[in-house]
Write a protein that binds this ligand. Structure first.
Ligand code: HEM
Length: 510
């Protein structure tokens, strides 16, 4: 049958409807068509799951591979949701510094921020004007407490004394020190927030630590719900979504709310020394209110800020310390060189202080190399692009979720030459002086760079100097080294391992 015969069989209405449908289809297709210069998509995304099936245990290696095959800017799909990955120092600098204002907000609607009370308040998950003010207030309080100066260093030293006592009590027996290391770093945050530390065996502190560790663990398992929000209604609690909310409420109920109430009362009664974060925040809030200033400061922001300081400020530093210990087991000659420098500069009759820092370049280089090689926050925290931006010739449309691939900078072959080797000398010049390459970015970059960077650097220096000064770090079984393998989570700690900490003053053979 000829085409003209078929058309002759159709009545006028059928032809008109068919024609309209065709035009509509063409219009929808044109509307859905992507602009030509979007970043390339590596691999073949699954129709429903996108790139998720590729992002299993080896996601860091997979990202490095995609960078090699696709370039420094590429697009992935988490389910059906697009995500742009930025790699390499110059791209990150262009986005986070040159176009810093456009990449400063966090993506809205994440599970952890939407299901809990005041989830988008505080700093970590906040955006816009509220984020700006809360971050400025938090920074100024921490600075007043002496980030980089003595008062905060004194609190850390008090905590180090307790930590070293616990380690000494292990009597050189093989032990996994993860729990006590996390507890000690959480205690530093407690000292900042409420002005006092807790004993490690205090049942209240133990309950707090258990709930907090569980919540940190659940942050990763609930990440699937960010991709498929309907999973939160799945029967049972396969993704830990319900337990996550319970932990969150427990932490507010046992820690944040009672301490906020107590410290506010003490402040209002005029008897508070403003030596803790809560009172300092309330003081600033009242000052702004009484001065008639418009402010976002309120109890909800304060509550979330406390949670943010714990979640961002304890596991990160504890994880870095664990990597340092693991590297010291693997590279005993580096450990002995750190000790020799400490012996020469500090001796063994007093604890290293912040005043010694600039005179211990090798120790500083080893800490930097630990942070670089371990790259504990490989994909940082996501941002959202708030206007159309062109990066490296690619359009990043407004509203796109963006990942800063810090691994791609810290482990870049072009920058470091041998990025997988642990070689602290890369941070020293020919005269043994410390150098600070721009590409050393474990705390991220730009306006949203880690708020606790100075505190973390101080903690790492004081804790690790004291550790090596007092103990020799040895493998549990001589000659058997734990693997240098990372787990994947909010931060990437090493796989659990044990070690022996032998007092250097003990001259008995190892
Ligand atoms: C070795 C230790 C640490 C590392 C490697 C680290 C790393 C990071 C990274 C990569 C970010 C994401 C920045 C971005 O969005 O691009 C961040 C944010 C943040 N960090 Fe840290 N951090 C450490 C310690 C701390 C400490 C001790 C504190 C406590 C005061 C802290 C508080 C924060 C906060 C509140 C944010 C969110 C900042 C914002 O959204 O404006 N961090 N950190």
């Amino acid at each position: 049958m000829l085409m003209s015969d078929i058309i002759a069989l159709l009545d006028g209405w059928t032809v008109a409807i068919g024609f309209t449908v065709l035009v509509l289809m063409l219009l929808v297709q044109a509307w859905l068509r992507e602009p030509a210069n979007l970043p390339p998509v590596p691999g073949r995304p699954h129709l429903l799951l996108g790139h998720l099936p590729y992002l299993g245990a080896k996601r860091r290696e997979q990202m490095a591979q995609w960078r090699k095959t696709t370039g420094d800017v590429f697009r992935l799909y988490m389910g059906r949701k697009p995500l742009v990955v930025l790699c390499g120092y110059s791209v990150l600098k262009e986005a986070l510094i040159k176009h810093g204002d456009l990449f400063v907000d966090r993506p809205p609607g994440g599970y952890a921020t939407t299901v809990v009370q005041d989830g988008t308040k505080g700093v970590l998950g906040a955006s816009g004007a509220a984020w700006r003010e809360q971050r400025a207030v938090a920074m100024s309080i921490l600075r007043k407490f002496g980030m980089g100066k003595n008062s905060l260093a004194d609190k850390i030293q008090e905590e180090i004394t307790a930590y070293l006592d616990v380690l000494s009590g292990l009597c050189g027996q093989p032990t996994d020190v993860k729990r006590v290391t996390s507890a000690t770093l959480s205690n530093v945050i407690c000292s900042i927030i409420v002005g006092k530390r807790f004993e490690y065996d205090d049942p209240y502190f133990l309950q707090f630590m258990d709930t907090f560790s569980e919540q940190v663990r659940l942050v990763s398992s609930t990440s699937m719900i960010n991709v498929f929000p309907w999973l939160r209604y799945w029967p049972g609690d396969m993704f830990g979504a319900k337990r996550f909310i319970d932990c969150h409420h427990d932490l507010d109920n046992i820690f944040s709310d009672p301490f906020i109430a107590q410290k506010t009362k003490e402040y209002e009664a005029g008897g508070d020394a403003l030596d803790n974060f809560i009172s300092a925040y309330v003081h600033e809030w009242r000052r702004k209110e009484q001065g008639g200033e418009t402010t976002t400061m309120d109890g909800g922001h304060l509550r979330r800020l406390l949670g943010n300081l714990f979640i961002a400020g304890s596991e990160t530093t504890a994880t870095t310390m664990l990597w340092f210990m693991l590297y010291m087991l693997h590279y005993p000659h580096i450990q002995e060189k750190v000790f020799a420098e400490l012996e020469e500069v500090v001796g063994h009759n007093r604890r290293p202080t912040m005043q010694d820092k600039s005179r211990l370049p090798y120790l500083n280089a080893v800490i930097m190399e630990t942070q670089r090689r371990a790259s504990i926050a490989p994909f940082s925290l996501s941002r959202i692009c708030t206007a159309d931006v062109t990066l490296q010739g690619y359009l990043i449309p407004r509203g796109t979720r963006v990942v800063s691939n810090l691994d791609s900078v810290l482990l870049d072959e072009v920058t470091w030459g041998d990025p997988l080797n642990f070689r602290p000398e890369r941070f020293l010049d020919n005269h043994g002086g410390l150098i600070h390459p721009d590409e050393f970015v474990p705390f991220s970059m730009g306006r949203r760079v880690c708020l606790g960077e100075s505190l973390a650097k101080m903690e790492l220096f004081l804790f690790l100097a004291a550790l090596v000064q007092r103990f020799r770090l040895l493998p549990s079984v001589p000659g058997q080294l734990p693997p240098q393998k990372a787990l994947f989570g909010v931060t990437c700690p090493p796989e659990p391992f044990t070690l022996r900490l032998k007092e250097r003053s003990d001259s008995a053979a190892d």
